[in-house]
Design a protein around this ligand. Sequence first.
Ligand code: ADP
Length: 488
Amino acid sequence: MSHPNLKLPPLKQFIDGEWVDSASERTMETIDPATGKAFAQVSAGDAEDVDRAVKSARLAVEHGPWTKVPPAARSRVLNRIADLIEARGEELATLESVDNGKPVTAARMADIPSSAGVFRYMAGWAMRMEGEQIPLANRPQGQFLAYTQRAPIGVVGQIVPWNFPLLMAAWKVAPALAFGCASILKPAEQTPLTAAALVQIAQEAGVPAGQLNLIQGLGHVVGAALVGHNEVNKIAFTGSTEVGKTIVRSGADTLKRISLELGGKSPTIVLADADIDAAVAGAAHAIFFNQGQICTAGSRLYVHESIYDKFIDRLATVAAALKTGPGLDPTTQIGPLVSEEQLRRVAGYVEIGKKEGAGVAVGGDAVGGPGYFYRPTILTHVNQKMRVVQEEIFGPVLVATRFKEIDEVVAMANDSVYGLAASVWTRDVSKAHAVARALHAGTVWVNCHHVMDPAMPFGGYKQSGWGREMGAAAYEMYTESKSVCIQL
Ligand code: ADP
C-alpha cells in the first residue's frame, strides 16, 4: 500500500513530545479520493490516548516552559513554524492534494501560504496579552488599583474537518500557542497527513513537549473523548452543525468553553447594476472553489430578474468548461470530492432537487469511473421551501433564483437556519452598505467572496456557530480574564 513519490509524515499519535502507537495499536486506512484506493495506514486512537495527551498538556500548561519564557520567544517560535511551512510548501501541497483531493495548484496558492500567514499573524499576538486598568465606579479615586489580567484558557481540544486540513489546524493551533494554551489536535479521519506534518514542524521550531499533542482517530471516539474529558478546558470545533450540537450537549456536563464554526448556506447576491464579468467569475469561485466543500460556499445564487437569464447562461458555460481531474494534475480545476460518502451525499441532494422540481442548467451527475468526481452543477427553478435551497450540500452544487426588489432578496437570503457568510455584487456603494447591514451573516463580502484573513474575525450567526476566530476575537476565545483589585 503506497503512493508514488509521496513523503509521508509519521502517521502515529504525538503525545508528550513523542511519536507513539495508540494504546490499542489499532490503525485505520487513508484513501486517495482520486482513485478510491487506500495508500496508508494511520494509528487510530481512543479515550486512553486522549487521556495521556490531556495529562501531558495539563503539565505543560501548568508547569512547562511555554508560559514562562518571554512572549517574544514564543513569537519567534510561531514565526519559525511559518517559515518551515513555507520551506516545506511543495511537500505539504502534495500531501493535501492526495489526502483531500483538492487541486495541488489550489493548495499551493491558498492552503499553504494561508497556513503560514496565520502563524505569522498570531506571532504578533503572543506579545500582546494586555489587560486594562479599571477606574472603579463607586469607590473614591486613588483608594484602589484595579486591573484585568489575561491568562491562557488552559488545555484545549481542537477538532478540525477534512476540507482544509492544514489551514483549519493552523487556525486552531496558532492562537492556542500564541496565548499559552496546550493543545490536543484531532484531525478528521479522512485527512490525517498534514496535521502530522504540522506537529513535526512545530516540534522542530521549538514548541516544547506537551504543548501540542496530536491524536488521530475517529470523531465519535477521539473527538467525543476530548469533549467529555474533565481536564479539557475548551473545545474549539470546526465541522458539521449536527456534530456541533452533539458537542454542545456532551460538553454541558463539564461546562467547558466551546467555540463552534459550523455549516452554511451562504447567498451570492447579484444586483442589476453589478459588473457582470466580475460577478460571473465571482459566483463560480464562490461555489466551485474546493469542489464546493467550504463552509462559506456561495451555494445560493440570487440574481436580479433583469439580468438573470444571461447570467445563468454565462455561469453555466464557465461551469461546463472547468476541468475535472485528479488533484495532482496541474491542469485540474475541480478535483474529486473527499470520500465516497460525500459523493453519495452530493448526488443524493441533486436527485432530491430534481424530484422537488428543480431544473438542471449544467452538470447534475457524477463523472463515473474510479474516484469521487462530481460535475459542477447549477439547479434552477427552485424555491425557498426546497431542501436543496435550505440544507447544506457541501459540494459543487448551486441553486439559482431570480429576484425583483432588494428587500425581497434580503428576506430570501436571511431565510435560512445558517448565517455564516454572504456576498453582494453591485457598483452602487449605498446599496452595498444597505445590503451588508441587513444580512444576518458573520461575514459579508462586497464584490468578492471567500476573502479570509487572519486579522479579520470569522464565525457565524444562528446555527453557523458560536464565537469568532481570528483577529482580536481569538484573544477572547483562548484566554480567561481575571479582575485584580488592590486596596492601596
Ligand atoms: P463532516 O460531516 O464534514 O465530515 P464532521 O462534523 O463529521 O464533518 O467532522 C468534523 C470533525 O469532527 C472531524 O474531525 C470528526 O472526526 C469530528 N467528529 C465527528 N463526530 C464527532 C463527535 N461525536 N464528537 C467530536 N468530534 C466528532
